[in-house]
Design a protein around this ligand. Structure first.
Ligand SMILES: Nc1ncnc2c1ncn2[C@@H]1O[C@H](COP(=O)(O)OP(=O)(O)OP(=O)(O)O)[C@@H](O)[C@H]1O
Ligand SMILES: O=c1[nH]c(=O)c2[nH+]cn([C@@H]3O[C@H](COP(=O)(O)O)[C@@H](O)[C@H]3O)c2[nH]1
Ligand SMILES: NC(=O)CC[C@H](N)C(=O)O
Ligand SMILES: [Mg+2]
Length: 520
């Protein structure tokens, strides 16, 4: 299925390496326009094919005049599509269109007072003339040339915003996407609504309609869909959408990988049967997964093998489902971006998500991934819209590769058991402290190192468990939770006292970035 077929005309966000490029995409979506992040060197020809509503050029760490600084196809400026350049993006466009960019003596970082020059300018509609913006730049536009009209200024940056006099190009030296620019979201909204005539069609109701129609068209009346169901919110929402489109032609398959948490299998069965009438098959493939992981310690290799084993299991099961040509998965936008290698997507591979980069070349199925364009918070809103219970919609995510990517080093049954016990205790402590909803995801990790301890007057040399709790909405960025010390203390004591083979517990205080949520 064409991944963008379900979506409205996109706002393409060209990624020049900005730390929070996803934030731009999310802000655009909050304004009911469909944002897609693409590589900075996407060709003007490809952009024309994608028929975008607008183009946004992101910020970036380089200086536009440096050799090797990332460029964009200059043809973009002549497509007649409105372009908004943010920081690096503005500097790049102004340089490409005849202006001059340099590093002035004073750099600007953080909150800055900004003066809007013309209150009638649509980009600044309803924005106070004197406002605060968030700056983060060492370079700025020294001379925009005769073709640009300055729109705003700060005390050291005379061209804090500008527009081209004849082409639909707008530039902002400051960052409208961060919450420290109080009117930033409004400015982005003005760009979309007043300059791009945004039809505001990116809503979850409209999404459901389009998705149901698209899936109904794709799957013939005698064909059936195998839907990988994990108990997580993504696959539950995916299954609910498919059930709406196809009724009993959806068969949900839950795979017990042997990499699940304690009690997970029974939980998933209970929850699913209580809210869905679709068929559910539960398959125990734990031996197969453990065998595939034997001797493997490299994180990417683990993910690849897990992705392949999932497909083997789905294929085997599909043999007993007549007309099962399709495999549906609850793949989300972050899974796709982080796996890298998407045709138009940004290039860096962070990790191979088992359900994207981990798939074998010969799948044997046509994939259906109706959530492939959505962020997690959007999937949750979709779930609520589809009538799924709160308890399911707000479940913490659990990755398909499961405990395998939290069992650092080799994955063996005894090591998994140590991890499973420690994880259950930590989650139980969080539940008892009433912290579950405020935390986005929490888990234990078994490290491949041993440390010295003393227990009952005797020396020990045993495993280390790391515990991790993070807060985030979209799982693209995250901060570690400031858990109360008592909760950490109780978790640590209980884990060491009751899990055999563990003598030390540490708490992970790394945000994302620079860390990722999982350790592998
Ligand atoms: N144990 C499993 N059995 C069958 N399919 C699975 C299993 N684990 C993962 N999948 C498939 O892989 C997809 C991606 O997994 P992922 O963990 O990202 O999503 P999820 O489990 O649906 O939601 P969440 O992110 O909330 O855990 C799932 O939507 C599902 O289709
Ligand atoms: O189904 C999945 N297959 C995977 O291969 C995978 N890797 C990470 N995750 C989950 O994605 C979110 C972001 O995780 P990271 O910050 O570790 O990339 C977190 O919620 C992770 O648990 C995965 N889910
Ligand atoms: N945040 C940015 O985009 C910075 C752009 C450029 N590197 C500068 O310092 O001005
Ligand atoms: Mg999951």
């Amino acid at each position: 299925m064409d991944p963008s077929a379900l979506s409205a005309r996109p706002v393409l966000v060209l990624d020049f390496g900005a730390q929070y490029v996803q934030l731009i995409a999310r802000r655009v979506r909050e304004r009911h326009a469909f944002a897609r992040i693409v590589r900075h060197d996407i060709t003007a020809e490809r952009v024309r094919e994608l028929n975008p509503l607008a183009i946004i050029l992101s910020g970036g760490p380089k200086s536009v005049y440096e050799p090797g600084a990332p460029q964009c196809d200059p043809g973009l400026f002549h497509l007649g599509v409105p372009v908004l350049g943010i920081c690096y993006g503005m500097q790049l466009a102004v340089q490409a269109l005849g202006g001059k960019v340099e590093a002035p003596p004073a750099r600007e970082f953080g909150r800055t007072d900004c003066h809007v020059l013309d209150p009638a300018e649509p980009l600044f509609h309803d924005v106070p003339r004197d406002t605060v913006v968030w700056m983060s730049h060492g370079d700025q536009i020294l001379d925009a040339g005769a073709d640009f009209l300055p729109l705003a200024a700060t005390s050291t940056c005379p061209i804090a915003a500008a527009k081209h006099r004849t082409m639909p190009f707008y530039g902002l030296q400051f960052h409208p996407e961060v919450s420290h620019t109080p009117y930033g979201s409004l400015i982005l909204g003005n760009f979309l609504d007043r300059i791009c005539a945004n039809p505001r069609s990116w809503t979850m109701e409209a999404f459901i309609e389009r998705a149901v129609e698209q899936v109904g068209r794709q799957v013939g009346p005698d064909q059936r869909v195998v839907c990988g169901l994990s108990g997580g919110v993504d696959s539950a929402v995916c299954a609910a959408l498919l059930a709406r489109a196809l009724g009993p032609r959806v068969v949900c398959v839950f795979v017990d990988t042997g990499l699940l948490r304690g009690g997970e299998r029974a939980d998933v069965e209970n929850v699913f049967r209580s809210h869905s009438e679709a068929e559910l098959r539960v398959i125990d493939a734990s031996t197969q997964f453990l065998k595939a992981l034997e001797g493997v310690t490299d994180p990417q290799e683990k993910r690849l093998r897990i992705g392949h084993t999932f497909i083997d299991v789905f294929r085997e099961e599909a043999r007993s489902i007549p007309g099962a040509h399709f495999l549906a998965q609850g793949t989300l936008y972050p899974d796709v971006i982080e796996s890298g290698g998407e045709p138009d997507g940004p290039t860096a591979t962070i990790k191979i998500h088992h359900n994207v980069g981990g798939l074998p070349a010969e799948l044997g199925f046509e994939l259906i991934e109706p959530l492939r364009d959505l962020f997690k918070d959007e999937v949750r809103r979709l779930g609520l819209e589809l009538g799924l219970p709160d308890s399911l919609v707000w479940r913490h995510p659990f990755p398909g590769p499961g405990l395998a990517v939290r069992c650092l080093g080799e994955v063996t049954a005894p090591r998994l058991e140590v991890l499973r016990q420690a994880d259950a205790i930590f989650l139980d402590e969080l539940r008892q402290a009433g912290l579950e909803r405020q935390i986005a995801q929490a888990f234990a990790v078994l490290l491949p190192v041993q440390s010295v301890g003393v227990m009952g007057d005797a020396r020990t040399y045993e495993n280390v468990i790391a515990i991790r709790a993070v807060e985030t909405e979209d799982f693209m960025t995250a901060d570690w939770s400031r858990l109360p010390h008592e909760v950490l203390a109780r978790s640590s004591t209980r884990i060491i006292n009751s899990v055999k083979g563990v003598n030390r517990v540490v708490y992970d205080v790394t945000s994302k970035p620079p860390g990722t949520i999982e350790w592998e």
